[in-house]
Design a protein around this ligand. Structure first.
Ligand SMILES: Nc1ncnc2c1ncn2[C@@H]1O[C@H](COP(=O)(O)OP(=O)(O)OP(=O)(O)O)[C@@H](O)[C@H]1O
Ligand SMILES: Cc1ncc(C[n+]2csc(CCO)c2C)c(N)n1
Length: 262
């Protein structure tokens, strides 16, 4: 039986000032990529995971160096700060409290990460998430390996949602088993390096097109074969497999140079 097709478009890298009702931004507590303002402006909900609020407070004024710090901070006020709040600095907490940002203390839960808590928050928000919603998670790659693995774990845990992990040099998303996948990377920003990784369990019958090293029905498995250092060779990459695969691309270009209509 053929599976339905899921398309993956990196439309969020296109220059736009318009809010996209499908886009939700989650800011984590790690070094932020310079395209955060681009994602911020197009997102209909912006949530900071605990110390993620320190990042927007500290790092956004550095992106707009020619402007007053206070003017930049006042422009980027999140809709909520959610987490166990052990990393949120007191001065940052005071600033956003004065700006009426709800600060949601979920410190009683020490079994789930702040990213998990933010996704639950977005699911409970009004309007809630739909099948079209895309959660753009920034500060998700680089730094502590356990945090990065936890962020990947969240892709698997919430595999029915469309979540994109983004960092300074990488993008990662999950290709769930229930679909055949068509990926349209933004070649002005992504590639050429890409990878297909079977995190957690072996994945058999992997078929791909559009890559330098395509798969023709092999199994991917840690300890046997995983497809790292592969290369994007076409506008469209197709992938199907008997199991979920992590798709990653390197980010080498500058987002926001093309408009969403081009
Ligand atoms: N170095 C990192 N790389 C990737 N993601 C990170 C990194 N540091 C933090 N995060 C993400 O940001 C979220 C918030 O970070 P914060 O430091 O506030 O979390 P935390 O849960 O208190 O961390 P810890 O495990 O140190 O207690 C984390 O749940 C994690 O998803
Ligand atoms: C088996 C097991 N391992 C680790 C933790 C710790 N932990 C996991 S998520 C989290 C919250 C981080 O903000 C903490 C402290 C646990 N609870 N259970």
């Amino acid at each position: 039986m053929t599976k339905p097709t899921l398309e993956h478009r990196s439309d969020f890298f296109k220059a736009t000032k318009q809010v996209n009702q499908d886009h939700v931004l989650i800011v984590l507590n790690y070094s932020l990529p310079s395209f955060v303002p681009l994602l911020w402006e197009q997102s209909r909900l912006r949530v900071c995971a605990d110390g993620g609020a320190n990042r927007i407070y500290d790092e956004l004024p550095r992106i707009f160096q020619e402007e007053e710090e206070s003017a930049v901070r006042a422009r980027y006020i999140p809709d909520a700060i959610v987490g166990d709040l052990d990393s949120l600095r007191p001065d940052v907490r005071d600033f956003y409290t004065q700006n009426s940002v709800p600060i949601i203390d979920l410190s009683h839960d020490q079994d789930t990460s702040d990213l998990h808590k933010c996704i639950k928050y977005a699911q409970g928000a009004n309007p809630s998430l739909t099948q079209q919603s895309k959660l753009l998670v920034v500060g998700a790659v680089g730094g502590r390996l356990d945090h990065q693995l936890s962020n990947i774990h969240i892709l698997y845990k919430f595999r029915d949602l469309r979540i994109v992990l983004l960092g300074k040099g990488n993008l990662a998303l999950l290709l769930p088993e229930a679909f055949e996948h068509e990926i349209y990377p933004d070649r002005g920003v992504e590639g050429p390096i890409c990878a297909l990784i079977p995190v957690g369990s072996p994945v058999s019958d992997v078929h791909s097109t559009g890559l330098r090293w395509n798969l023709g029905g092999q199994s991917l498995q840690f300890g046997e074969l995983i497809s790292t250092s592969n290369e994007i060779k076409a506008e469209r990459i197709s992938v199907r497999a008997k199991g979920p695969l992590l798709w990653t691309t390197e980010l080498t270009g500058t987002p926001g140079l093309q408009t969403s209509s081009s």
